[in-house]
Design a protein. Structure first.
Length: 611
């Protein structure tokens, strides 16, 4: 049960069984879900006769029709939290302006109400190959499908968040915008598209949306926001420290958790949150604001023949160039806008060709195999400092799945599992900004952090449910938190972990802890896959297939399924393996098995934390 949620007190009209069901339903729910339930219940009660809550003999039970409501509904679909944050900020501003407004996750949106919507705002991200976030799949498929109603009364606005480096940039938002129009809806604000550095575009679009919504709703005779609980906004109160106001966390522990002869560096990092006021749950992530390695900054200054001490003005701020590069600009991630700027400034025909749509595979290889410093050296440009800063993206935080449960370690500390990015390419050493920063963090370093809530990735509220966890590599981090949480809270359900990495002897992460969990009963099953220990590579998806019959039996009995790790290959391969298992052992076609797994996703029994 959510520690912040008290059990529902006794009621004069609800018997003990109904109260127990209600407590089970609400336990562990996110604030947005609780607000929605309260708003919906209040709306239903308002439509029923005054005596409807009593047992009236002979009166037939009826389900009142949903009537059109003049309000602003804001729906968000978010994989990493950015769309949620934009939607929450818009909802807060709308509520402050006196507008009747409600805020909903796409996965919690009551689809039958779409036909009655008058003013709808959708803030949604695109991930992978133009796919919707996991929690928005049902909403997206409903709107795109045959069951979607005609919407001649609807005024809508869509904002898409994406990464222009990918071919299907903002594909989900574009499709939603076009589909809502095809269903008869009318845009009250044009489609907005925001790149990785989304804040400026999102703020401008939100201001325009709010102004238009204010004019529309003010003229519609819509009631003030206090007229009914139906208009409550489900945005949680802002903590003292957040993405824009990170907490400077002290390092409690920073140790390698691979063998000395391992070619890779993987670390267990413990940070102090004491005095921060930050609160997290198992399944959440920590956002880390990194600093670029000083040696990388020096390489940039040397390659460009620029003075790091020179004061440069940009976006109304004046800082030394070395500080701009070290703390304010993205230096390790190559992006389409930077490649385009480098191509234009250098006049390189090769770069220009790579930017063409038919070169998507070659461009993807460029992004995967190069850092910006490689392009600076290969296609020299005499950048002016101000032009360089304009071409570079702002530095963004990195998210790390939390590897600890506050039920065990308390809220004053948090644990991370970090794979340090370091490799040789194009004749020089390369590192990742955040992982290098964390790897070098010692007693004298403060790490700027914030909590990124992940309401889609929660343990079942019913502790008697079984859980299946699939987490190769550092994807095992949240499952360390899950096992700790289940043990600390006395959850009675079984726990099954699939873990994979390269070598048993070198990088079996948290090996001693898993062995102890098996001995104590905190972990019921552990299946391992070490890909480089045999002539033929073995991955977790193969172990899933081997245990398919038992795994399917667990799912049929109500188990919750979790996947964490690489989105590019692992998540797709695991999903395909799960579909195969369900089809093989459930006697279903591949299409029906995929639909069955999709239903688990919509029910919250199949959750993915992929990156």
């Amino acid at each position: 049960m959510n520690a912040a949620l008290k059990p529902i007190p006794p009621s004069s009209t609800l018997d003990a069984e109904k109260l127990a069901l209600l407590n089970r339903l609400t336990a562990g729910l996110a604030p947005a879900d609780l607000y929605w339930i309260a708003a919906y219940s209040a709306a239903q009660a308002a439509r029923l006769p005054a005596h409807a809550g009593l047992a009236v003999v002979g009166e037939p039970a009826t389900t009142p029709a949903v009537e059109p409501v003049e309000r602003l509904s804001i729906v968000y679909g978010s994989q990493t939290g950015n769309s949620r944050r934009v939607a929450e900020q818009l909802a807060e501003r709308a509520q402050a302006a006196g507008l009747p407004v409600r805020l909903l996750r796409a996965g919690a949106y009551p689809l039958r109400e779409l036909a009655q919507e008058r003013y709808l705002v959708v803030v949604i991200s695109s991930q992978g190959d133009g796919d919707p976030p996991d929690d928005a799949i049902g909403f997206f498929e409903f709107v795109a499908g045959k069951r979607a109603p005609k919407l001649p009364q609807l005024k809508f606005a869509v904002l898409g968040l994406g990464d222009s480096s990918y071919p299907k940039y903002c594909a989900v938002s574009r499709e939603l915008d076009a589909r809502l129009t095809a269903l008869g809806g009318t845009r009250f604000v044009e489609l907005g598209e925001a790149d990785v550095d989304f804040e400026t575009v999102a703020a401008t679009w939100s201001a325009r949306t709010l102004e238009t919504a204010r004019e529309a709703l003010s003229g519609s005779g819509a009631p003030a926001r206090h007229a009914s609980p139906l208009h409550a906004v489900a945005a949680p109160p802002r903590p003292l420290h957040a993405r824009e106001r990170p907490f400077a966390a002290a390092v409690l522990e920073n140790q390698r958790i691979v063998s000395r002869d391992s070619a890779r560096d993987l670390r267990h990092v413990e940070l102090s949150l004491e005095g921060s006021g930050l609160r997290y749950e198992a399944g959440d992530a920590i956002g880390v604001w990194p600093r670029n390695p000083p040696q990388l900054v020096e390489q940039w200054l040397s390659a460009l023949k620029l003075d790091g001490a020179a004061e440069i003005e940009h976006d109304g701020r004046r800082l030394p160039l070395a500080r701009w590069l070290g703390q304010e600009r993205e230096l390790t991630r190559l992006s389409r806008p930077l490649v385009a700027a480098q191509a234009a400034a250098s006049g390189s025909g090769e770069l220009q060709r790579l930017l063409q749509p038919e070169q998507r595979d070659a461009f993807a290889a460029l992004l995967a195999g190069h850092q910006p410093i490689d392009l600076l050296r290969r296609f020299p440009v005499a950048w002016e400092p101000a032009q360089l800063l304009a071409a570079l993206r702002p530095l963004t935080p990195r998210l790390y799945s939390i590897a600890s449960s506050p039920a065990l370690v308390g809220q004053d500390e948090v644990h991370l599992t970090v794979a340090v990015v370091e490799y040789i390419a194009h004749g020089s050493a390369h590192v990742g900004a955040a992982s290098a920063f964390l790897a070098g963090a010692g007693d004298d370093v403060r790490v700027p952090v914030f909590v990124e809530s992940n309401e889609r990735f929660r343990l079942p509220a019913d502790g008697s449910r079984d859980v299946i966890m699939i987490g190769p590599g550092t994807g095992v981090a949240p499952f360390r938190a899950f096992v700790q949480e289940r043990q600390a809270t006395g959850a009675g359900g079984r726990n099954w972990l699939f873990f994979g990495n390269r070598h048993f002897q070198q990088d079996f992460l948290y090996q001693v802890e898993w062995q102890e969990a098996l001995r104590s009963g905190a972990l019921d099953r552990l299946d391992l896959a070490f890909s480089r220990d045999s002539a033929s590579k073995v991955y977790v998806q193969q172990r899933l297939r081997e245990q398919g019959r038992e795994l399917y039996a667990w799912l049929r009995e109500g188990a919750h399924l979790y996947v964490c790790g690489d989105a590019t290959h692992m998540a797709r391969d695991v999903h395909e393996a799960l579909v195969y298992i369900i089809a093989s052992h459930g006697g279903l076609s591949i299409e029906d098995a995929d639909s069955w797994l999709g239903e688990l996703l919509q029910q919250g029994r199949y959750a993915r934390d992929i990156y």
